[in-house]
Write a protein that binds this ligand. Structure first.
Ligand SMILES: [Zn+2]
Length: 121
């Protein structure tokens, strides 16, 4: 006797790694952004349009993790020769992308020079 069992309800995403809100995570994401830009997964500019909403279940173009429906996802649209290209991304990954793009727009001198902290007047 074979009874095919189909899972009931939506699949739970069993992500064993919780994502704590720490600066390390942002650093890692920014590194991922640079990788995505270097390997031409993303054009080196801000998207022409962004659409927000629940994740579509597609892999994020930046961190390559699934943007699940219970997360906020963005579609990054780029106008390119041949049509519009859309890349799914997490809202957080998109923030990292914006940060990296902004850094790149700074003159090299300013970007390379850390602002010294003044201890006292
Ligand atoms: Zn992501």
């Amino acid at each position: 006797m074979t009874t095919a069992r189909t899972p009931a309800g939506p699949l739970e995403s069993r992500d064993s790694t919780p994502t704590p809100v720490v600066a390390d995570e942002d650093l890692l994401l920014r590194r991922r952004v640079r990788e995505a830009l270097q390997t031409d997964r993303l054009p080196p500019r801000a998207p022409d349009r962004t659409w927000g909403g629940p994740g579509s279940g597609a892999a994020c173009v930046i961190c390559e993790r699934i943007v699940s429906p219970d997360e906020v996802g963005l579609d990054l649209e780029y106008e390119q020769t041949g049509g519009t290209v859309s890349h799914p991304a997490h809202a957080r990954c998109f923030l990292a992308l914006e940060t990296v793009l902004r850094e790149r727009q700074l003159p090299p001198k300013a970007a390379a020079m850390p602002v010294p902290l003044r201890e006292s007047e």
